[in-house]
Design a protein around this ligand. Structure first.
Ligand code: CMP
Length: 131
């Protein structure tokens, strides 16, 4: 069994997609291990997105993620990190394949509905900031 972290971003929560998104993961076979509804502080968001701190979109990324409530979930299941990343689709929503979460519900780059850890190291780092 493997764990991974997803964060349903402010746009996903505002569009009332929480149930729909969690249902997809449950139907695929993942178990919800932990779940938290909260609003990132600026400090927490800067820590969360630290690997992007040198990128020019960093401040807009932080501004967006702190703008409203998010839902963070630790999912558990076989090869969770890889399969969940496949299910959320390409970072650029306009390039995400239909059938993926971003491909079905997103159209933008910063507000792209959902985040998911891309490795075991990211999962450990990111989940410690939230849980
Ligand atoms: P996420 O999976 O949360 O991880 C980092 C985020 O940075 C990514 O989703 C996008 O929302 C955002 N991002 C990545 N590339 C760009 C970019 N070129 N311009 C603006 N935002 C970006």
């Amino acid at each position: 069994m493997e764990q991974t972290l997803i964060v349903i971003k402010p746009d996903g929560v505002q569009k009332k997609l929480v149930g729909t998104i969690l249902s997809r993961f449950e139907k695929r076979g993942f178990t919800i291990h932990s779940m938290k509804v909260f609003q990132f502080t600026k400090e927490q968001a800067e820590k969360f997105y630290l690997p992007h701190s040198e990128k020019k979109f960093f401040s807009s990324l932080v501004k967006f993620i702190i703008s409203d409530k998010v839902v963070a979930v630790i999912l558990e299941g076989s090869t969770a990190i890889k399969v969940v990343r496949q299910m959320i689709g390409s970072t650029k929503s306009d390039e995400a394949a239909p059938g993926t979460i971003r491909g079905d519900f997103g159209l933008n780059l910063t507000d792209n509905v959902i985040h998911a850890s891309d490795s075991k190291e990211s999962f450990e780092r990111e989940s410690k900031i939230i849980f």
